[in-house]
Ligand binder design. Sequence first.
Ligand code: DC
Length: 229
Amino acid sequence: MREGAALAALIAIDGPVASGKTAVGLRLARELGYGLVDTGMLYRAVTWLALERGVDMADAEALIALAQEADIRLGQPTSDHAATLSIGGRDVTRELRKPAVDKNVSLVSRIPGVRQAMVGIQRRLAAEGKIIMLGRDIGTVVLPDAPVKVFLDASVEVRARRRHQELAEAGVSVTIEEIRADLEQRDEMDRNRHASPLHPADDAILIDTSELTLEEVVERVRQAAGVRA
Ligand code: DC
């Protein structure tokens, strides 16, 4: 985008687990005064609700009904979350990163009817404008006309190390090997699922963040969006 051109109203950032989307999104949203929508939270919310209600993860019909009926709302960003999230008025933000949700979210997010319901919510939020949206299929499916599309990636070693550090800081003790196995399994499911698999849009800017600092990644996304520091 030319210098001085209007800042794009929609910035799509896709990428695999722990590629740095949330850290980059939080930084940019704060700098630009944009809203931030982390779409992974929506799939996590449906997964949490299904676990809470004891819905069988193999029962696609029941999961779709849940996704269609759930009153899911995003609130304001916090220091480490893109937003708070409530279901039926109850704040469940802290529930969404629990291991049971991690373990089951790929089973829920692969169901086309669940995705359809979540994409509806995402497009309504995007219509408000000045939004940075994070996910797996934002540039390809949710907002194919977004003027700025970025795809972040990093080696599995780097992503496992980053996630390990994050968890250690949060007081969660788990080995790098366990984290790496979980990342590889989730990558595999996200990339190979039938409905909206993870892959960069043809017109996305690819950024390998393995050797870059957060500031360097933010700077590249800023450049892609036509913004100067
Ligand atoms: O980004 P995350 O780890 O919070 O995402 C949780 C899961 O949701 C992940 O396994 C992939 C899925 N997801 C998706 O299928 N499409 C999106 N746009 C965002 C997340």
